[in-house]
Design a protein around this ligand. Structure first.
Ligand code: LMR
Length: 344
């Protein structure tokens, strides 16, 4: 009997604690001291903290808490701690996490049109990406369609341009890709890019790339310098080519119902924090990538870092041009044309 009473006390204790957690998460209740509880806003992402996105999330957390007068507690979960690439958008749709910043390539799993950022050599520089996002024909269209799936796009964050690496031999010309396995994000255009170069694309979440490289499940990968350095990919590869062949950026996404239901003051505070963070990423992402290159160089683990010559680049451009035609129907001729016009 005594044991039964102890068990009941434990059960009630656990239930009481669980109840407190739920109250604090919806922000409606007060805690035991009668103070208004903070609303928890969870931000999930997959990269390390010493990257453009990782640093931006920490900055957003600080600014958001300041501009909402401490009404909001932003909790950032880096390194796929909470959700990996394949899970996070569903988690936002279910409001299990309120903010995420997946690479645009990953948004293309829900909306094929978002894959336009993956086209090889589509953008000369970050300014061209910004121009695309600010245009009605591209940015307006892409952000508009998110609402069909209970999502809301709040901002675009830059990372930068991707580089190639391989463990087998240097990558100078398209024929060097022949038969090699390269990890890609979940994007049909990225798969087509490697097919066009003669390689074998292997879609895989970011969290699995290091061990797949280490164990030889894949031979190579493409990513930005900050992602390569912070996840130590350069330690399990021999050759890197500075190719700047594709862009990697993020859509900062929230749950539409959650965002529209926010107290207007809180929403304004979060928007202010987001705008300042977006500007910071725009101004600093390229610098962070350059610093990562310096550190990769200083580590000296790679056998060669090769910068694509203009002639070699021309060959890559020619080999991958076919990808634009392949996706005319799926992505839409208007979007492909808008992207091609940016190249002029
Ligand atoms: C990747 O999967 O390679 C990137 O999307 C990771 C990231 O979020 O930068």
């Amino acid at each position: 009997m005594k044991r039964f009473a102890v068990l009941l006390i434990i059960i009630f204790g656990v239930l009481a604690l669980a109840g407190c957690g739920a109250r604090s998460e919806d922000g409606a209740g007060k805690n035991d001291a009668g103070q208004k509880e903070k609303m928890v806003v969870k931000f999930s992402h997959v990269v390390a903290e010493n990257t453009p996105k990782g640093t931006a999330c920490i900055m957003f957390e600080e600014l958001a808490e300041k501009y909402t007068d401490g009404k909001v507690d932003v909790q950032v979960f880096p390194n796929s701690q909470l959700y990996n690439d394949d899970e996070v958008l569903a988690a936002v749709q279910q409001n299990n996490v309120q903010l995420a910043a997946p690479a645009t390539s990953k948004v293309s799993k829900l909306f094929t049109e978002w894959t336009i950022f993956d086209f090889p050599f589509a953008f000369m520089d970050e300014a061209a990406v910004q121009a695309a996002m600010e245009s009605e024909a591209i940015g307006g269209k892409l952000f508009g369609m998110l609402k069909e799936q209970q999502l809301l796009g709040l901002a675009m964050w830059d990372n930068g341009f991707k580089q190639m690496s391989l463990d087998v031999h240097p990558l100078y010309l398209p024929e060097d890709f022949q038969g090699q396995k390269f990890r890609v994000m979940s994007s049909k255009v990225l798969e087509a890019q490697f097919d066009a170069l003669g390689g074998n694309p292997v879609p895989m979440p970011f969290s699995e790339v290091y061990s797949a490289l280490e164990q030889g499940v894949i031979d190579g990968q493409e990513n930005t310098l900050s992602n390569i350095y912070s996840k130590k990919f350069h330690e399990v590869q021999k050759y890197m080519t500075i190719s700047n062949h594709g862009y990697l950026g993020y859509a900062v996404i929230t749950n539409a119902e959650f965002w529209e239901g926010l107290d207007p003051d809180v929403r304004a505070g979060l928007e202010k924090a987001l705008n300042e963070t977006t500007q910071w990423v725009r101004d600093n992402a390229a610098r962070l990538n350059q610093e990562s290159l310096d550190k990769i160089n200083a580590d000296g683990t790679l056998e060669e870092i090769h910068e694509l010559t203009p002639e070699q680049k021309e060959k890559w451009v020619e080999a991958t041009d076919i990808v634009y035609d392949q996706f005319k129907d799926e992505v839409g001729e208007d979007l492909i044309k808008a992207i091609k016009d940016l190249r002029k």
